[in-house]
Design a protein around this ligand. Structure first.
Ligand SMILES: NC(=O)c1ccc[n+]([C@@H]2O[C@H](COP(=O)([O-])OP(=O)(O)OC[C@H]3O[C@@H](n4cnc5c(N)ncnc54)[C@H](OP(=O)(O)O)[C@@H]3O)[C@@H](O)[C@H]2O)c1
Length: 234
């Protein structure tokens, strides 16, 4: 198995892409730790996965420091945690825009700063293809994603020999859209799928497999990989 005797921490492992990453890493033999905010979602995910859970909020320095202390030195870290607030630019409050940056950009920054990763191990950051394929109502999300990609490249130099990469997902069917009315969510996903060359939206596992590739291909660092079903070329 690809990750035998390796420890993998998934920050944001209670749901979606992070959950799929934890599941795949465990299936490949890793000892997995999932982290996210305190609550039932984290408890139940850890139970279903059969892995250790550590409560952590990426918007808090102290909480991320505590997480990294509890984990000790590990082999691989993936940061999928984010709670995004977006909306039409003129209507979105500056507080909501800042909250998106706090969670998505500064959250990844904090984990990168405090994590202790063994030489040759990896850190994976998740951005998102609206950084290069903008859509109305998502300018702040695009900006946060866009900032994460040069962060990954810069850290690949500064944190070497730890390897740092970013994956940029297209539209992935995860609980991230749980707040949308179910009919509207299904219609949006179906319309997106119809417009893509692959004729489907992504699954958490599609992105998890890329994250596992970053972990296990020791020649990958400073890479940004778009996994979007062809979303960038249509
Ligand atoms: N799904 C897509 O279409 C898509 C597309 C492009 C990019 N992405 C990006 O991919 C990443 C994962 O998204 P997803 O679709 O897997 O979303 P998701 O299913 O909503 O999962 C988000 C995860 O983040 C955790 N989280 C949220 N705020 C947190 C905080 N302050 N501290 C710690 N953990 C926190 C949540 O756990 P708790 O609630 O338990 O804290 C959950 O585990 C995000 O960065 C997202 O922007 C997703």
């Amino acid at each position: 198995m690809l990750l035998n005797n390796r420890t993998v921490v998934v920050v944001g492992g209670s749901s979606g892409i992070g959950y799929a990453t934890a599941e795949l890493a465990k299936a490949e033999g890793a000892t997995v730790i999932v982290a996210s905010r305190p609550g039932e979602r984290l408890r139940s995910a850890a139970e279903r996965l059969g892995v250790r859970a550590i409560e952590a909020d990426v918007t808090s320095d102290a909480s991320v420091e505590n997480l990294c202390r509890e984990c000790g030195t590990v082999d691989h870290v993936a940061v999928t945690a984010a709670q995004l607030r977006s909306g039409p630019f003129k209507q979105l409050s500056i507080e909501d825009a800042k909250a998106t940056m706090e969670s998505k950009f500064w959250g990844a920054w904090r984990v990168a700063k405090h994590a202790s990763i063994a030489p040759g191990g990896s850190l994976t950051i998740v951005s998102g293809f609206v950084s290069v394929r903008p859509r109305p109502g998502a300018a702040i999300v695009g900006a946060a994603n866009g900032a994460l990609e040069p962060l990954a490249r810069g850290l690949a130099l500064e944190l070497a020999p730890v390897r740092v990469n970013a994956v940029s997902p297209g539209i992935i069917d995860t609980p991230i859209r749980a707040a949308m009315p179910e009919d509207a969510r299904k219609a949006m996903l179906a319309q997106t799928a119809a417009g893509l060359p692959v004729k489907r939206v992504g699954l958490g596992e599609d992105i998890a497999r890329q994250i596992l590739a970053f972990m296990t291909i020791g020649f990958m660092t400073g890479s940004v990989v778009y996994v979007d079903g062809g979303g960038l070329i249509v």
